[in-house]
Design a protein around this ligand. Structure first.
Ligand code: IPE
Ligand code: IPE
Ligand code: MG
Length: 245
């Protein structure tokens, strides 16, 4: 019997990296220690994606709403972004990773903005994995900025034009979205692009999400049938129920 499962490694994985704060709290550490460990986990995940032939990894690092956290945590996260850029870019580049930063850069300091640009420039020649880091990103922001761009150009607000104006226009839509940390919500991540994305929720806190956890998510994904509005029989004609005369 032909399998009705898609059987594939996802081309594009999106991750809501949640649970850093709880990971730290359980160890009686400050929340920022959890975010630091989260950077380690991201490095490991990016490398695992390269090894598994995933082409695009898009991660949610700081949401439009995360500005509402205590000022100390927000400034800690900004410093962590700057130091992670300084520390990680060379190795990511050696691993063949091309970095893109996705989000509203206007809210960021000149120093952080310059760091993002520099990291994008240094890794621009890499081709093994595109790593989109969504920072000061929100799905609603993305849809609004795309619409504003089109209006400014006098273009119609069609789904196709919006698609081309969205912040992730350089990659296909995500095939699989993983959220760690046990919550089952999207929290304003890729609202437009996740229209047909398979969702996977993990109870693991982001700092402890390892290769085995990634493999489990990929295995679950590859066992799912993606129908995009069609019927099962259209996707797998051999599974059709014989018609009675
Ligand atoms: C996700 O971890 C990272 C960011 C939102 C920056 P959290 O900081 O939300 O961790 P929890 O959910 O409090 O455990
Ligand atoms: C989502 O996590 C944002 C990131 C992982 C960057 P949050 O911790 O901010 O989400 P909520 O507040 O639990 O929905
Ligand atoms: Mg959280």
């Amino acid at each position: 019997m032909t399998s009705s499962k898609n059987g594939a490694v996802p081309r594009h994985i999106a991750v809501i990296m949640d649970g850093n704060g709880r990971w730290a709290k359980r160890r009686l550490l400050p929340r920022l220690a959890g975010h630091k460990q989260g950077v380690e986990s991201l490095r490991r995940c990016a490398r695992a994606c390269v090894e598994r032939g995933v082409q695009v990894l898009t991660v949610f690092a700081f949401s439009s709403e995360n500005w509402n956290r205590p000022q100390e945590e927000v400034s800690g996260l900004m410093s962590l972004l700057a130091s992670a850029l300084a520390k990680e870019v060379a190795q990511l580049s050696r691993d063949g990773v091309r970095l893109y930063f996705v989000g509203d850069r206007q809210g960021l300091s000149d120093k952080v903005r310059a760091g993002l640009q520099e990291a994008e420039r240094t890794t621009a020649h890499n081709t093994r994995l595109i790593l989109n880091v969504c920072f000061n990103y929100g799905g609603r922001w993305d849809i609004a900025q795309a619409a504003q761009k089109l209006v400014a150009q006098g273009m119609e607000l069609t789904p196709e034009n919006l698609d081309r104006a969205m912040a992730l226009a350089h990659v296909p839509d995500p095939d699989l979205m993983i959220r760690t940390g046990g919550e089952t919500r999207i929290s304003n991540f890729l609202l437009w692009q996740a229209a047909y994305t398979e969702l996977f929720f993990s109870n693991a806190l982001w700092p402890e999400f390892d290769e085995a956890a990634l493999d489990e998510a990929i295995a679950v994904f590859s066992g799912r049938e993606r129908r995009f509005g069609q019927t099962s029989e259209q996707i797998q004609p051999s599974s059709a129920v014989p018609q009675t005369a």
